[in-house]
Write a protein that binds this ligand. Structure first.
Ligand code: SIN
Ligand code: CO
Length: 389
C-alpha cells in the first residue's frame, strides 16, 4: 500500500461505492442485492503482508481459523496457532483472522470509511489469506459483507438460492447444492457487496500480484433471541420491584397441595410490574453495542501526563480513539466501552465529533470540561495522542 500515505482519507475512499451516492446505495442495494465496485480503493494492496497476517494468527487476543480441504473432507482449526503448526500448512489452505481493526489502525480507518452505515451496525474487519486455488467453500452468511480484495486475485461466484442445506458431517456449513448466478474476478482494490443470505464461493487465483488476501467488512445483525437473552440479563440488574406477596384474605383450601388461582393471579399482577421504557432500551443498546469484545484489554499509558500537560498536548496533537474503543451516543447519552458516560452540555459537541470521526484535530479551544473527560479516557488507554493521522 505504497501510495496510501500521500492520499488523504477522504480521497482514498472517494470511489468506495463506485461513484454512487450512499443514499442510492442504501436505497437500491443495502440488504437487497449485490454490488460490484471496480477499483473501490485504487492502489489497495492491504496494509498487511502474508507474513504479518500469519503473525496475527499466533496472537491469543484475536480469533483466527485455519481451513483446508482434501477432496470432499473439510478441516477447520481454531487459533491461536504456533509457528511450528503454521510451517506444516501445505498446499491448499486459508487462514482467517477476525477483528483486525482492533490491532491495525489502517484497519480501523478502513472500517470507518463505511460510515454511511451506522457504527452500531458495524462488526469487524476480517482478513483472510488463501493459497492458490483455496477457499472456504460455498456458504451463506447471516450478515451483510463488503469483500474487498487486498493483494492478489479471487474469483467470486455468487447466487441467491433458497436451498441452504449444507453437506452433513463437515466442520463448516458448506452448501450441498450451490448454483452460481454470477461470477466476478476481483483484483486488488475491487470490492463486492453481498447482502445477507446470498450464497458465495471465493477461490484464490494465481496472479502476478501474488498472494490472495481478502478483507471482509462485516456487520452485525443480532437475532431476536440473542437480543432478548442479553436484555433479560440487563433487566435483571436494572429492575427494582416493590411489594411482597401477601394474602390476608386467605381462605381454607380443600387441597393444601394445590397452587390456588388467587396465588397465580397475584403473582401475575406483581410481575406485570416488569415493564420498560424506551430510555431503558436506549441504555441497554448503548452499553451492549459498546461492550468491547471479550479478548480486548486496554493499555493505559505507564506514566500518564497530568491534566495540565494533557491540555497543552491537545493543542498540538491529534487525539484519537484507540482502535479498540467503542464510543456511541444516543441523544444526550454517551456510551463508552460498555459504560454510560456523563458528558456535560459544554463537552457534548466535541465528544460527538470524536465519536463520529474517531479523532479530534489539534485544538487551542478545547473546553475545560471536555479536556477533563478526555484526560480520564486517556489515562484509561481509551484515547491516544498522536502527532498526526
Ligand atoms: C474469505 O475471505 O475467504 C471468506 C470471506 C467470506 O466468505 O465471507
Ligand atoms: Co462469507
Amino acid at each position: 500500500m505504497k501510495n496510501r500515505a500521500s492520499l488523504s482519507s477522504k480521497n482514498r475512499y472517494q470511489n468506495l461505492l463506485g461513484g454512487m451516492s450512499p443514499q442510492t446505495f442504501l436505497r437500491d442495494y443495502w440488504q437487497k442485492k449485490p454490488l460490484l465496485v471496480r477499483a473501490a480503493i485504487s492502489g489497495f494492496g492491504g496494509a498487511l503482508t502474508r507474513q504479518s497476517l500469519l503473525d496475527l494468527c499466533q496472537r491469543d487476543d484475536l480469533e483466527s481459523r485455519f481451513v483446508s480441504r482434501q477432496s470432499n473432507a473439510w478441516k477447520l482449526e481454531h487459533g491461536p496457532f504456533r509457528k511450528s503448526e503454521i510451517k506444516r500448512w501445505k498446499q491448499s489452505w486459508t487462514v482467517l483472522v477476525q477483528s483486525v481493526n482492533l490491532v491495525l489502525p489502517e484497519g480501523d480507518e478502513l472500517l470507518r470509511a463505511f460510515n454511511f452505515i451506522p457504527y452500531a451496525r458495524l462488526d469487524d474487519l476480517m482478513v483472510s489469506y488463501a493459497t492458490d486455488g483455496a477457499g472456504v467453500g460455498a456458504h451463506v452468511d447471516n450478515y451483510d459483507v463488503f469483500l474487498l480484495q487486498g493483494s492478489g486475485t479471487r474469483r467470486w461466484r455468487i447466487g441467491k438460492q433458497e436451498d441452504h442445506r449444507f453437506i452433513p458431517d463437515q466442520p463448516l456449513r458448506i452448501l450441498q447444492n450451490f448454483v452460481a448466478q454470477e461470477e466476478h474476478v476481483l483484483e486488488s482494490g475491487d470490492m463486492l457487496y453481498l447482502p445477507p443470505q446470498w450464497a458465495h464461493d471465493g477461490i484464490a487465483e494465481a496472479s502476478a500480484s501474488g498472494d490472495c488476501m481478502t478483507w471482509s467488512i462485516g456487520f452485525r445483525a443480532p437475532p431476536a433471541q440473542e437480543l432478548a437473552d442479553q436484555f433479560l440479563s440487563f433487566l435483571q440488574d436494572n429492575l427494582q420491584l416493590e411489594g411482597r406477596y401477601r394474602d390476608p384474605d386467605l381462605s381454607l383450601q380443600k387441597h393444601p397441595a394445590e397452587i390456588g388461582n388467587q396465588m397465580v393471579e397475584q403473582v401475575e399482577q406483581m410481575l406485570s410490574g416488569i415493564r420498560w421504557k424506551k430510555s431503558l432500551i436506549r441504555e441497554f443498546l448503548g452499553r451492549m453495542l459498546t461492550e468491547p469484545k471479550p479478548q480486548v484489554v486496554f493499555d493505559p499509558p505507564q506514566k500518564p501526563m497530568s491534566l495540565n500537560k494533557f491540555r497543552a498536548a491537545v493543542q498540538t496533537k491529534v487525539l484519537q480513539l484507540d482502535p479498540r474503543t467503542q464510543l456511541l451516543f444516543s441523544g444526550q447519552n454517551f456510551y463508552l466501552n460498555g459504560e454510560h458516560e456523563v458528558v456535560p452540555p459544554s463537552a457534548r459537541a466535541a465528544i460527538r465529533q470524536l465519536a463520529d470521526q474517531r479523532h479530534l484535530p489539534p485544538s487551542k479551544e478545547i473546553a475545560e470540561e471536555t479536556a477533563a473527560i478526555l484526560h480520564c479516557w486517556y489515562t484509561d488507554g481509551f484515547v491516544n495522542l498522536v502527532m498526526r493521522r
